[in-house]
Design a protein around this ligand. Structure first.
Ligand SMILES: [Zn+2]
Length: 143
């Protein structure tokens, strides 16, 4: 299968997260290197899907970040960079290692919902600034 293009090598590791979903770190070396934002968008998203359904449920449950003093907070700031800035579109500058993923605000057509308190976690407004980037098409395949 040539999902991303012709692969010439790959390596992976699987870890189990506290929240119960296995997470795979996969590095694939392609015959043709991905170099533009337009090539990234079909595979990677950092937004909540706009349509209610199983994929949206998975992203909301497994692919959103909550800061925690034991996991990421250092001097009151998130060491993982959350919340990320809103971006109207994916960009990838030539010298950057990684693209900056599209994370639209509500005004830009993005997603927002009220997330109720759960246990020691307070209620909050959840929007795309709290979504981790993921392999959107592969998440869809796994559902
Ligand atoms: Zn954090």
């Amino acid at each position: 299968m040539e999902f991303f293009g012709k692969a010439v090598a790959h390596i992976y590791a699987i870890e189990l997260q506290k929240r119960g979903l296995p997470r795979a770190h996969i590095r694939i070396v392609l015959d043709t290197k991905i170099t533009t934002a337009a090539q990234v968008d079909p595979f990677v998203r950092a937004e909540v899907p706009p349509t209610f359904g199983r994929l949206q449920h998975i992203v909301l449950k497994q692919m959103t970040h909550r800061c925690d003093k034991d996991r990421c907070l250092q001097d009151g700031a998130c060491s993982k960079g959350f919340p990320h800035a809103f971006e109207p579109e994916t960009t990838w500058k030539e010298d950057d290692k990684h693209p900056t993923y599209r994370r639209r605000s509500l005004q830009q057509g993005g997603f927002v919902m009220w997330q109720v308190a759960a246990g020691s976690r307070p209620a909050r407004w959840l929007d795309n600034s709290w979504v981790t980037s993921g392999w959107f098409r592969t998440t869809r395949i796994a559902t």
